[in-house]
Design a protein around this ligand. Structure first.
Ligand SMILES: Nc1ncnc2c1ncn2[C@@H]1O[C@H](COP(=O)(O)OP(=O)(O)OP(=O)(O)O)[C@@H](O)[C@H]1O
Ligand code: SF4
Ligand SMILES: [Mg+2]
Length: 328
């Protein structure tokens, strides 16, 4: 579609499972971390990506940015095949794409170098990308700190002198340094105290409006996904099982896994009726995922064909896609 900023098409990422011997290792299988995933992100929107731990959210994001080479599949940014650029493009072209697509990590403490001052941290992308003359770095640093709600004097402090929320602001400033169009925010508030989560989410929303950014917001926390997203994609064991506008998804989940996730959200009133949660059992292994619909061993609505027939995303209403033989 014309207003798609990002399109991931048939993305696959398998990791080998190795058995180590004394003299040599042997491959015994593959982890199907991301298995034929297709979706688009529109210019200016936030697409939430949710699913239980290990379902492939981070791997999808890393394959999109070629931080890990995908096994197969394509990714487009503004119509350019970026996997092709990462694999065969000139160094300048790769850097140009890297500038436009940035990553905000879950734990700012681990992603910041403890020996670097905030100024060094935020300015480092300038050194790598060389897109700004050195005499403008100071002004740009000031501008970036102000954008994320930090003071200029913070520039000469070190990560350990900041609170978790402030460190995440530094992580965001660093991602914004090279004027990206698209940010992947991978669990950006999960490691933070509940009281500062809303501040960081509000900052992301504010920056999106001010700078015209597009986000892929990854989380297993549905409350924050609901708060920040325009549309939501639900992932289960390497597959996207449902995509819809956020209000539609929360009001009318069609996939039984989405419904189970929603009914599992804790709510303040203990007596309130949330329906009957169907999320039982463990997530099966991504090495030997169940055939047919991967959710069938945990699904109370499974039909005989769910155990054998693979199921792909199909339209189920206004911009609502679901991969289910027997939707709710
Ligand atoms: N570098 C790697 N080598 C081998 N297996 C990996 C690697 N990275 C991820 N995996 C496996 O791929 C699958 C998907 O992992 P991924 O980190 O993408 O999940 P996730 O949805 O981001 O989970 P979480 O919510 O815990 O962050 C998991 O089974 C994981 O163990
Ligand atoms: S395809 Fe079948 S097993 Fe999978 S969610 Fe739908 S009803 Fe349940
Ligand atoms: Mg992850």
């Amino acid at each position: 579609m014309q207003d798609d900023l990002i399109r991931i098409e048939k993305m696959v990422k398998f990791y080998p499972v190795m058995r180590r011997g004394i003299f040599r290792s042997k491959q015994t299988g593959v982890i199907r971390a991301v298995d034929n995933v297709t979706f688009s992100i529109r210019r200016g929107e936030t697409l939430g990506l949710v699913g239980e731990s290990g379902c492939g959210k981070t791997t999808t994001a890393r394959a999109l940015l070629y931080l890990t080479a995908p096994t197969s599949g394509r990714a487009h940014f503004q119509g350019t095949d970026i996997i092709e650029v990462f694999e065969r493009g000139a160094k300048e072209e790769i850097l140009r794409i890297r500038r436009r697509l940035q990553y905000v990590f879950q734990d700012p403490y681990l992603s910041l170098n403890p020996r670097w001052s905030i100024a060094e941290t935020v300015l480092e992308p300038f050194r790598v990308h060389r897109h700004l003359p050195e005499n403008q770095w100071d002004d740009r640093l000031m501008e970036l700190l102000e954008l994320v709600g930090l003071e200029y004097y913070h520039a000469w402090r070190y990560p350990h002198e900041f609170s978790g929320g402030q460190r995440q602001r530094v992580g965001i400033a660093r991602a914004l340094a090279v004027e990206p169009r698209f940010l992947i925010c991978d669990e950006p508030v999960s490691s933070l105290d509940v009281s500062v989560r809303a501040q960081i989410l509000n900052l992301l929303i504010e920056l999106q409006e001010k700078l015209g950014l597009t986000y892929l917001y990854i989380s297993h926390d549905l409350s924050s996904v609901r708060f920040i997203s325009d549309r939501v994609a639900v992932m289960y064991l390497g597959k996207i099982v449902e995509i819809a506008a956020v209000d539609e998804l929360f009001a009318r989940p069609l996939h039984h896994y989405t419904y189970a996730l929603l009914t599992a959200i804790p709510i303040p009133e203990p007596d309130a009726d949330r329906g009957h949660s169907v999320l039982k059992g463990e997530v099966p292994s991504a090495v030997n995922p169940p055939p047919g619909c991967r959710f069938h061993p945990r699904c109370e609505a499974a039909l005989p064909q769910c155990r054998e027939m693979p199921v792909e995303l199909a339209p189920a209403g206004d911009e609502h896609l679901v991969a289910c033989h027997n939707p709710r």
